[in-house]
Design a protein around this ligand. Sequence first.
Ligand code: HH2
Length: 266
Amino acid sequence: MIPIEERFPRPSVMGVVNVTPDSFSDGGVHLDPDIAAAAARRMLEEGAAIVDVGGESTRPGSAGVSAEEELSRVFPVLDRLGGEVPVSIDTSKAAVASAALEAGAVMVNDVTALRGDPELAGVVADSGAYLCLMHMQGSPRTMQEEPQYGDVAAEVAAFLEERLAFAVAAGISEERICLDPGIGFGKTVEHNLELVRRLDVLLALGRPVVVGFSRKSTLRKLTGSDDLLGASVAAAVAAYERGATVLRVHDVKPTVDALTVVGAIA
Ligand code: HH2
């Protein structure tokens, strides 16, 4: 088993393929499994190290979908990829993760950090997959109503430290785990900016950090623009420069190019 930092060295780009009708930036675009699989292959060609496939939107206000519905969206995509594209399955459900890992996924990306489904930790432990643990305050339905923190960086780090210990106690080796502050998940604009500004507080936990700022509403609020490409690339570069390892993005090529240039200058 290769430690996650060797399999996905800094910087690695994670391309986003949402197979949902309602995701907040690309909802409906990839609902056809042929189109979704083609998008995943294109992202790999453009330099993505891994593609995050999700069948349930977690946008603010969204309700959940059943495991059957989620699987019926993502499985045909994984089936078409045939294990040829490294896939992270964006799910909180053990049944979905289990089927996806069987179909070749190498990582489970759980926005609930193993709080959503008591069976998920065991599925990850038994499979030897990589795991991303993300911070969220509240649930997608309510999280943007009134997010509150004393010290957002310290509180997010304390939460992730506790979830990391939980995962390790469940038999998931620490070297398979990465951590994510959960940009936009129960956070104001200032909370999101502070988390990237003080990414060192998360890095101190000793695990690779994933940042997903791409196309999030904070960028729209900052720029006043609906075209979030430049803003998303800037946020990825800023996160990388502060030590993030994995950048979760919708626009792979511009991000890879930007990181290549920033890396050459460094
Ligand atoms: N953001 C979203 C979904 N999953 N996973 C991680 N680890 N980090 C993130 O920041 C993250 C995530 C939300 O973005 P998106 O996939 O574009 O939208 P939706 O949840 O509506 O499908």
